[in-house]
Design a protein around this ligand. Structure first.
Ligand code: NAD
Ligand code: LMR
Length: 341
């Protein structure tokens, strides 16, 4: 009898899950750069997301194949592939959320800044099309250097007269994903349920994990442990670039992180309360015009840019001051600019 009851309640739960997913509003998500190392697994993960009703996969090549493949999965989203400039408008038309992993990745020995020239041009072109075809969409910028591609996107949207600071996000979720994993390992706590805010930006010392605010708190970590955790989180991207030895940078963990952040944006749009993620957004939290911190997501994007909270570890206060000193000066010297690519 117990097992009968259990299976009946599981059945009901499944039905409830299904009906709540099918009752959720129509949401179109477009991925630009969908045939790439991040784009393909991200397309898969967004196809699995029950909040997505239409999934538009755009790239300069190879999207028809990726779209055909992903479209056979028996989940809600209707998938369409678009390829080349001529089809970009149609790919974007009516999108609620545009995720951009288009652009070249790093090779060993390069900094994210070395990608600036080529990726700035790619992002500029894509954002010009967004301003024209889906000016109200939320934009999740993954292309590096995020610290620069986000301000570039803002300038393109300003020029087009469509800029809304509540709708533009630099995706820094991978830094949070890494900080959670590394912290759980070092503090020896189960990783599920671990939370660590990561603030600043997405390159080198601008990546500032706030381990003093990590939950569950651990008093087993020494100053040296905190230094090592901070450095490993800051160098997480390079760790992957070196391990891949010339075959690109993080793709699978980034696709996961991009899917987590995209899901949070959709939940916010759908009016789910208390959706908070870290993201690189226009900000007044510090003197830097764009800055990553916890952000509350809502029906029109950013609902609240949250403050930093208490920085109780010395390394956190020191890094924040250094970041502001270095990049605050840079901003003053060359507007519009970026906080360290
Ligand atoms: P990739 O080379 O495997 O894929 C990039 C894709 O972009 C390719 O399919 C390419 O055809 C496409 N593309 C190029 N120009 C385009 C255009 N004008 N329009 C549409 N698509 C275009 O690279 P990847 O490993 O997927 O990385 C993509 C970007 O994401 C890189 O800039 C990388 O540095 C960045 N990245 C960011 C994070 C982060 O945390 N924000 C993490 C990992 C990688
Ligand atoms: C990352 O953090 O993995 C990405 O920004 C890719 C890179 O170049 O490190």
């Amino acid at each position: 009898r117990m097992s009968l009851l259990r299976s009946a309640s599981q059945h009901l739960r499944r039905r409830r899950d299904y009906s709540s997913a099918s009752a959720s509003p129509e949401r179109k998500v477009a991925i630009l750069g969908a045939a790439g190392g991040i784009g393909q697994p991200l397309a898969l993960l967004m196809k699995l997301n029950p909040l997505v009703s239409s999934l538009s996969l755009y790239d300069i090549a190879a999207t028809p194949g990726v779209a055909a493949d992903v479209s056979h999965i028996n989940t809600r989203a209707l998938v369409k592939g678009f390829v080349g400039d001529d089809q970009l408008g149609e790919a974007l038309e009516g999108a609620d959320l545009v995720i951009i992993p288009a652009g070249v990745p790093r090779k060993p020995g390069m900094t994210r800044d070395d990608l600036f020239k080529i990726n700035a041009g790619i992002v500029k072109g894509l954002c010009t099309a967004i301003a024209r075809h889906c000016p109200n969409a939320l934009v999740n910028m993954i292309s590096n250097p995020v610290n620069s591609t986000v301000p570039i996107a803002a300038e393109v949207f300003k020029k087009a007269g469509t800029y809304d600071e509540k709708k533009l996000f630099g995706v820094t979720t991978l830094d949070v994903v890494r900080a959670k994993t590394f912290y759980a390992g070092k503090a020896n706590v189960p990783v599920t349920g671990v939370n660590v805010p990561v603030v600043g930006g997405h390159a080198g010392i601008t990546i500032l994990p706030l381990f003093s605010q990590a939950t569950p708190a651990s008093n087993a970590l020494s100053h040296e442990d905190l230094l090592a955790l901070t450095k490993r989180t800051q160098d997480g991207g390079t760790e992957v670039v070196e391990a891949k030895a010339g075959k690109g940078s993080a793709t699978l963990s980034m696709a996961y992180a991009g899917a987590v952040f995209g899901d949070a944006c959709l939940k916010g749009l759908n009016g789910v309360p208390d959706i908070v993620e870290c993201s690189f957004v226009q900000s007044t939290v510090t003197e830097l015009p764009f800055f990553a911190s916890k952000v509350r997501l809502g029906k029109s994007g950013v609902e609240e840019v949250m403050g930093l909270g208490e920085l109780s570890a010395y390394i956190e206060r020191f890094t924040l001051e250094l970041m502001q000193f270095l990049f605050g000066r840079f901003f003053v010297a060359s507007k519009p600019g970026c906080a360290a690519g």
